[in-house]
Design a protein around this ligand. Sequence first.
Ligand SMILES: [Zn+2]
Length: 254
Amino acid sequence: MKYLQTRALVLSSRPFGETDRLLTLLAWDEGKIYAKAPGARRVKSKLAATVELFTCGSFLLYKGRTLFTVSQAQVETSFRELLVHVEDYARGLYFAELVERLLPEGEPNPAVFQLLVNAWSMLREGKGDRELLTRFFELRFLLLLGFRPHCDGCIFCGDRNGPFYWNTAAGGIFCESCRPAQQPGISLSRGTYALLKNLQRVSERELATLRVQQAQQKELADFTGRFLQYWTEPGPLKSLSFMAELRGRQSPGE
Ligand SMILES: [Zn+2]
């Protein structure tokens, strides 16, 4: 039997069979994998705490024909605090769901692992603006997967001053005079464009100190939303509708 000892993040943990759980893990050495946690739903199970969503643990797994099975596991860091505030929970879940949906199975990607740990930590510690952290996560995750939007000036004439318009079909930005009349695209003002470029390179520490205007936040969210929609076909992420519902509850007047 093939054993694997690895650090892993729990991306999802679903009831499976009578007493088991089925986990999607992001393992440091193996990338995204699926694993069964036998008996994890029993009251006295030693595995119960380790196989919860938002856990970073040390796992001993053995590899079966279709699934890994958790043999032993210990909690390294728990991000359980994200379960306390519904807003943090929704965002933490969204980050996990994006990774679960878009990362190919069985391809190690330590940079994505680190990005997710850092994002969960920042949410837990309440550092910086949550909405901006979400944009940062989306953009950096896509960059790490190689989905780079072409945002180095107008794709037709090369203009670098803006304002620009994101065109999903073309996979790039147009300036005011080059944008096609039939597909006007999503507006990216000069400020939002600068913010987009900035988020692609700032460190997490710098991110925590950034403050941006509401209008730029909205433009950027429209942009990443449209860009991600393209990559997350065939269906939207459940956590996205959950976050939209929360926003609706918080601002019923809008
Ligand atoms: Zn142009």
